[in-house]
Each structure stands twice: as C-alpha cells, then as structure tokens.
Design a protein around this ligand. Structure first.
Ligand code: HEC
Length: 169
C-alpha cells in the first residue's frame, strides 16, 4: 500500500514537474495579464453602462437661467421675508432671483407676469391651486403646500421688486 502510494505520489509529482517549466514561464504571467484585461474590460463595461443608463434616465435638476435679472440694491422688509420663502419654495423651479430655469420653469421676472397681466391674485392662485401649463413648455405647476396667504404676499412683494428693478411695472 505504501509503495503504491509512493508510486502514485511520485507519478503526480512527475506530472506536475513536467508541466511546471511551461506553466512557470508563461502560465502565471498569462493568467495575471488575463485577469488584468478582465478587470479593465469590466470597468469599461461599467463606465459605458453608467454613461448610457445614468445619462439618458437622468432628470435635469437645474437648467441655465432663462433671463438675466438685475438684482435691486435694496429690498423692503416685506420683500426680504418674501425672498426667504421664495428661495425655500420656488427657486428650485423658478430659479435664483426668479430668472427661470431652462427646461424646468419660467422666469417670474418676465413681461408676461407684469402686474397688469398677472395680478397678485394670480400668484396666490398659482400657489394654492397650481397652474395648468399654458405659456411655457415646462408642464404643470403643482400647488405648493405649507404657505399662508401672508407668506405668498411677501413672495409677491419680492417678485414685484425684482420686476421693477428690471423695468417691468
Ligand atoms: C415644481 C416646479 C415649480 C415650483 C416649485 C413652483 N413653480 Fe410656479 N410654475 C411652474 C411652472 C412650470 C409654471 C409655468 C406654467 C405655464 O406654462 O404657464 C409656473 C407658473 C407660475 C406662475 C404663473 C401663473 C399663471 O397664472 O400663469 C406663478 C405666478 C408661479 N408659478 C409662482 C410660483 C411661486 C410663487 C412658487 C413658490 C411658492 C412657485 N411658483 C413654485 C413650476 C413651479
């Protein structure tokens, strides 16, 4: 039994020894290189997939301003309060300084929203009830929750002061 085991072991060792020179010179090297190539390929596929799927499915969260707004040098106390509410509730869509965001929502500093065309009550209605898209290709505006009429009056004061500073009155 022992002899047989020895024989078998020797045979195995001989077989390995026979392959070793080949494996030793090219084998480990090749498999390392193959592993490296696989890792690079996997990374490339990953990058390509994230570019393709991430890129096309992404909803833009901000766009460039639609109009250039001159910011007034000073705001009334009411408008300063309105600016805070505006920044917290409206700027995500209507943009900083109500300059609009391309692809998202219109500028409120715009001749369309001059007091004679969109009076203060249309702002109150927009916030309380939302707006069905009609002037722009950006879709509907949902009602904005959690604002009192007084909050909205402050936002209107802010927007009107921005409008006046830009020749819209
Ligand atoms: C989720 C995005 C979004 C938010 C947030 C948002 N709006 Fe709008 N708003 C829009 C879009 C889009 C329109 C354009 C609808 C159209 O095509 O006329 C609009 C239109 C308006 C109008 C025009 C209403 C009319 O009668 O035509 C006013 C006024 C307005 N928004 C005020 C506000 C105020 C004030 C806030 C914050 C309290 C606000 N919006 C928050 C997207 C938004």
């Amino acid at each position: 039994m022992v002899g047989y085991a020895n024989h078998a072991g020797g045979g195995f060792r001989r077989a390995v020894a026979h392959q070793l020179p080949v494996a030793g010179s090219a084998g480990p090297d090749m498999s390392l290189r193959r592993a490296a190539i696989l890792i690079v390929l996997a990374a490339a596929v990953g990058v390509a997939a994230s570019l393709q799927f991430g890129g096309s499915d992404e909803i833009p969260e901000s766009g460039p301003p639609i109009v250039a707004v001159s910011v007034p040098t000073s705001l009334s106390a009411q408008a300063r309060l309105g600016q805070k509410s505006y920044d917290a509730n409206c700027a995500a869509c209507h943009g900083q300084n109500a300059a609009g965001q391309d692809g998202i929502a219109p500028p409120l500093v715009h001749i369309i929203y001059e007091p004679g065309h969109h009076g203060d009550e249309s702002f109150q209605r927009a916030v309380a009830q939302g707006v069905r898209a009609h002037h722009w290709p950006f879709g509907d505006m949902a009602p904005v929750e959690g604002l009192t009429r007084r909050d909205v009056a402050e936002i209107i004061a802010y927007v009107r002061e921005l409008q006046r500073a830009n020749g819209i009155r």
